[in-house]
Design a binder for this molecule. Structure first.
Ligand code: ZN
Length: 349
């Protein structure tokens, strides 16, 4: 235990995640549609703890694979639908109303989560029908470079550009997107204050800023040595972005997603990750950030959004684990920051 009595309860967190594999608390019922995403938090969380030996990897692989949408024939790939992964069992149900069914709710975020889980548990992604995923994913890219997450029409923004980039990166194949167009869209999302909004003209936000910077990194547009490059060769305004990001660390040591908002554990990863990718992580106050994060550690295992919140949730727990990994907390694996998962030897990352 450190002098301030703040101890990272490693084993308690692993038990918390293990418990979530068996059964999710009833509060998650309304999130059934995001079942794969919840699984991503649990499996990737265990990956950060180096505790994936506690799960049955074959069982998880077949469960995840059961969510993939498959084209009936190769010509289906031109029908505008996306052949990625559904988010949950119920989203696979076909509504039989006597019409020809075009029901396919596979989603970019679920596909990112599916591939990340499979990657974490050592499944060889080349066994997937990668061609179907990548060819059909191009149908989701819009003329302005952004992505829709689903073929039926939905909001388009930076979150889905990030998912598309992470999918191409994990499959090691960039035929799924027009990288130049995606880059142009991302660049347009940088705001006057240096941060990124979810779409051009929107207010800067920690999560959107991570999506922008991590996607550019995955696409190879940010070099490790970015801080020493002359400003004119950069695709984005890095000094302004670094300043905006550093200003998100509040007096209590935590990070906020936007100015004048309270510190929230997840932004320790979203904004901290941006600083890490850009090579400016050493400028933040690490001791104060660790102290803030540990003040949100739940006695049940896991982390809460704010200090003294009663119950932990999977989302804030996962991003607290990830943030503590960035802080090099003992017993945690290093991250592949731009993919948002632990970097594990042999999984191709
Ligand atoms: Zn949050």
């Amino acid at each position: 235990m450190d002098p301030e009595g703040l101890e990272f309860e490693r084993e308690r967190h692993v038990l918390f995640l293990e418990m979530m594999i068996e059964r999710l608390p009833s509060d998650y019922e309304s999130q059934e549609i995001n079942h794969l995403t919840l699984a991503y938090f649990v499996i990737s969380g265990l990956g950060i703890f180096g505790a994936l030996d506690r799960v049955d990897k074959d069982q998880i692989a077949s469960w995840v694979l059961s969510f993939q949408a498959h084209p009936s024939t190769k010509s289906d790939l031109d029908n505008g639908q996306f052949y990625g992964f559904h988010g949950s069992r119920s989203s696979q149900f076909t509504i039989n109303d006597g019409e020809v069914s075009t029901h396919n709710c596979s989603h970019l975020a679920s596909t990112y989560c599916a591939l990340a889980i499979l990657n974490m548990i050592g499944y060889n992604l080349s066994n997937l029908n990668c061609e179907a995923i990548l060819i059909s994913m191009r149908n989701l890219q819009q003329p302005n470079g952004s992505f829709m997450p689903i073929h039926l029409g939905a909001e388009t923004d930076l979150r889905f550009v990030y998912c598309a980039a992470a999918i191409c990166f994990m499959l090691n194949n960039w035929t799924g997107m027009d990288k130049e167009k995606a880059k142009e869209y991302i660049v347009q999302c940088q705001s006057y204050d240096g941060g990124f909004g979810l779409a051009p003209g929107l207010e800067s936000h920690g999560g959107a800023t991570y999506c922008a910077v991590a996607a550019l990194q995955l696409m190879g547009f940010i070099n490790v040595d970015i801080s020493s490059k002359p400003a004119k060769s950069m695709v984005i305004d890095v000094p302004l972005l670094v300043e905006w990001s550093l200003q998100r660390q509040a007096v209590n040591g935590g990070f906020q997603g936007r100015p004048n908002k309270p510190s929230d554990t997840c932004y320790a990863f979203w904004v901290g990750g941006v600083l890490k990718i850009l090579g400016f992580y050493h400028f933040l106050d690490k001791g104060a950030l660790r102290k803030f994060l540990l003040s949100c550690q739940s006695k049940y295992g896991g982390f809460t959004k704010f200090p003294k919140n009663m119950l932990p949730d999977l989302y804030h727990s996962y991003y607290s684990f990830a943030a503590l990994s960035l802080l090099e907390e003992e017993g945690l694996k290093p991250l592949c920051v731009e993919l948002g998962i632990a970097a594990i030897n042999g999984n191709g990352i």
